[in-house]
Design a protein around this ligand. Structure first.
Ligand SMILES: [Zn+2]
Length: 47
């Protein structure tokens, strides 16, 4: 069962919690980010 938890702070996509598994990342400031944007952010940090 999927429950909407919030929106990705970068792309605005709704992030769901799927059976207790969050389909995204919670940032230190409690904002949410989807995996796609989190990957992008990580890549940019490394670059
Ligand atoms: Zn996103």
């Amino acid at each position: 069962m999927q429950e909407p938890v919030g929106e990705c702070r970068d792309c605005g996509k709704t992030i769901f919690c799927d059976g207790g598994f969050l389909c995204g990342v919670v940032l230190e400031n409690h904002e949410l980010r989807c995996f796609d944007c989190d990957e992008k952010a990580k890549n940019e940090e490394q670059a």
